[in-house]
Design a protein around this ligand. Structure first.
Ligand code: NDP
Ligand code: ZN
Length: 353
């Protein structure tokens, strides 16, 4: 049986294609999407060629859907159930998963399968490996449009706060407040940050950052952010930095503004360039105890269920991210191009099906 999907045709080129509906392995599921969202990572992949050439690969890795088929060894989930689909779907029996880094199962970044090694979720049907371990039931009453933020924006943003190891009372600077960075702001606030700086420029994002718990807003277009942070902290800098935007040189700023003993948690996907530079003197000539940690979001069912509990119990509201809602697959391209062009009023689009 054939299906339609919206694909990367090659670097810099996208379009609708037809493919066979994927086959379901014994542990797997086939899912029909009911809400999807394009990601800035799709933009890096297609327009920057960040992961290299891909031909006719269906895009998308953020979805809520309905199970239409399960394999013979799937014990728990059933056909007809609605599920949250994490962007990262590890192989749980792998050595990397046993070592605590399931997102790298099968090799670095290889837990990221959709729209990387296999067809993604912008299709009439898509395949999910190890369904019982990778899909979480959509909690009753949770709006699929809000829940689709659990695929990637919430787990990635919150992972930034984990990587930076935000502690009660820490001063934290989140650089980049698109949807990922906004969830880092929310994550840092949930983990008890004291003073919480948010760096962006578009007012829709700055206002959202305030609502997610930022205490100080910094516009990177109004001057060097290190100078602005140093001015506001009496030259001390901050305990923790979370990088969720900017470019390779953002690390220079982060290392400079973080205090000795501080941590930098990066979740930004560096789409271009060969090197990330670390400033020697500001890094304490290599002895400043300034740690740089960067990570792909953790995936899997348990993580999805726990993060869904934040929405269900009113601790986190993702509706604030959803500035553009579309109905119907025919709007997918429009939604993806919004993510590419980032108009002033955009945080995140969602397409309901
Ligand atoms: P957006 O493009 O929506 O947000 C980027 C943010 O960075 C905006 O606030 C932007 O400000 C800001 N920014 C841009 N340039 C600078 C600069 N020079 N200095 C400071 N801030 C700057 O991206 P998303 O939130 O959608 O995604 C963020 C990153 O996370 C992307 O690289 C994405 O690919 C990556 N990602 C990583 C994942 C992971 O698992 N690690 C998973 C998902 C995404 P403004 O818009 O105001 O100009
Ligand atoms: Zn993504």
């Amino acid at each position: 049986m054939k299906m339609k999907g919206y694909a990367m045709l090659g670097i810099g080129r996208t379009g609708w294609i037809e493919k066979e509906v994927p086959a379901c392995g014994p542990l797997d599921a086939i899912v029909r999407p009911i809400a999807v969202s394009p990601c800035t990572s799709d933009i890096h992949t297609v327009w920057e060629g960040a992961i290299g050439e891909r031909t006719d690969m269906i895009l998308g890795h953020e979805a809520v859907g309905e199970i239409v088929e399960v394999g013979s060894l799937v014990k728990d989930l059933k056909v007809g159930e609605k599920v949250i689909v994490p962007a990262i779907t590890p192989d749980w029996g792998s050595r990397e998963a046993q070592g605590g880094y399931a997102m790298h199962s099968g090799g670095m970044l290889s837990g990221w399968k959709f729209s990387n090694f296999k067809d993604g979720v912008f299709a009439e049907y898509f395949h999910v490996n190890e369904a019982d371990a990778n899909l979480a039931r959509l909690p009753r009453g949770l709006d699929p449009a809000c829940a689709v933020m659990l695929s990637d924006m919430v787990p990635t943003g919150l992972h930034g706060a984990e990587l930076a190891d935000v502690q009660y009372g820490d001063s934290v600077c989140v650089v980049g407040i698109g949807p990922v960075g906004l969830m880092s702001v929310a994550g840092a606030a949930l983990r008890g940050a004291g003073r919480l700086f948010a760096v962006g420029s578009r007012s829709v994002c700055l206002e959202a950052a305030r609502s997610y718990g930022a205490t100080d807003l910094i516009n990177y277009r109004h001057g060097d952010i290190v100078t602005q942070i140093m001015d506001k902290t009496g030259g001390q800098g901050v305990d923790k930095v979370i990088i969720a935007g900017g470019d390779n040189d953002t690390f220079i700023q982060a290392v400079t503004m973080v205090k000795p003993g501080g941590r930098i948690g990066n979740v930004n996907y560096l789409g271009a360039g060969d090197f990330v530079r670390v400033p020697r003197v500001e890094w304490g000539c290599g002895m400043g105890h300034k740690t740089i940690a960067g990570g792909l979001m953790p995936g899997g069912r348990l993580r999805m269920e726990k993060l869904a509990a934040l929405l269900v119990n009113g601790r986190l509201d993702t509706s604030r991210l959803l500035t553009h809602r579309f109905q119907g697959f025919e709007h997918l391209e429009e939604a993806l191009l919004l993510m590419k062009d980032k108009p002033r009023d955009l945080i995140k689009p969602v397409v309901l099906l």
